[in-house]
Write a new protein. Sequence first.
Length: 261
Amino acid sequence: MTEPLVLTHVRKTFRDFWGRPTVQAVQDLSFSVAKGEVFGLLGPNGSGKSTSIRMLLGLLKADGGTIRVFGAPPDTPRAHASVGYLPEITYLHPFLTPRETLTYYGRLFGLPRRDLRGRVEDLLRLVGLIHAADRRVGGFSKGMTRRVGLAQALLNAPKLLVLDEPTSGLDPIGTREVKDLILALKARGIAVLMSSHLLPDVQDCCDRILILDRGQTRAQGRVRDLKESLEAFFLETVSAPGQSAPLEVAGGLPWLDGRRA
């Protein structure tokens, strides 16, 4: 079975106008993400996480090594059709509602109208926005905007979901909700790659992590093993009581179930 994502000895160096190397952003990066696995890229800002994501999305060409998304090069239609992406900053049309936003992107995906309406309603329930489906997103908090972005990333029923700093700027409740959704998608058999500079985020969600620093791999392995080897301290958070519009993460949505692939 072809793995959702495989990077082998990938490297990337940025150069100036004259072709002189300025930043060696990624050096000899190798890792893979299996079906139904949450894999984390952990590192400080500037460590090469976003550069790596741009390469595996086909937005940036690697200088060397190989990248395969379900066996295909990352800049091919076959790879693009299998991937959902949530960028670090969610840009949405502020005058559209969540329902209108998802319908708009669904039409860009070319989804049949007979399927699109039901899929939009499923996603609005999944991310806990059915109560605000007809409010303009321009008045949303960052947490609610992030939910719309997550729903948009799932519109094409991706088998690989790429999340760049998914909890960036969220309050504790919003952060917990995003983590719950990531774990629910994992349970559906979807492969998830998430980048973060926040240790608690990857600890709570990821099966394995890779620690990047200045483009180099400093450690890679299962979270439990790395915790023991690093002898670090970790914080544990619990859900706050009385939160409204809980995420509906169980059952339904057969079109999104990666286990059926």
